[in-house]
Design a protein around this ligand. Structure first.
Ligand code: HEC
Length: 129
């Protein structure tokens, strides 16, 4: 093998190995969120509210009916327009108290979002519009 060809061969190997080691970054602590789009990605402080109060239902492990409306496990697969639309509905449902549902709140009193958390979620919603 010619020296140059050999060098190219080695270089290709190094690049391939590097790509295997340095997989595209995912947001820390949230394997559920693939392909983060920085402009509409849910920040951890907001995502933790959804984890606590919504993902019993609105996730791959939740209920089909809730997941059909909003699925936080699949958030990053929504396009920007869908994220903005869903985010608006999320703030609305949270603010008027219709989400999480009454029955769930009764059974999970400690996980009901606080007023501070509702405000935090809605401020994030405003920031992506
Ligand atoms: C006990 C299960 C459950 C929990 C917990 C829950 N939801 Fe829901 N959610 C549902 C179901 C079922 C639907 C679909 C039926 C409906 O609209 O009432 C829904 C619908 C929605 C919708 C869509 C409304 C529409 O008409 O498009 C939004 C937005 C939503 N939920 C947000 C949330 C948020 C935010 C939380 C957490 C703060 C949450 N939900 C917690 C079960 C749940």
């Amino acid at each position: 093998m010619k020296k140059v060809t050999f060098m190219l061969f080695i270089l290709t190997g190094i690049v391939a190995a590097a790509l295997m080691v340095f997989k595209p970054a995912t947001v820390s602590g949230s394997e559920d969120r693939l392909f983060p789009d920085p402009s509409t990605t849910i920040p951890d402080s907001v995502f933790s509210v959804f984890q606590k109060s919504c993902m019993d239902c609105h996730s791959d492990d939740g209920s089909a009916m809730a997941r059909g409306k909003v699925n936080f496990s699949k958030w990053e697969t929504y396009d920007a327009a869908k994220k903005v639309k869903k985010a608006g509905a999320i703030c609305e449902e949270l603010s008027d108290g219709s989400m999480p549902p009454k029955g769930w709140k009764k059974n999970n009193p400690d996980d009901v979002p606080s007023q501070t958390e509702v405000t935090r979620v809605c401020n994030w919603v405003k920031s992506i519009k």
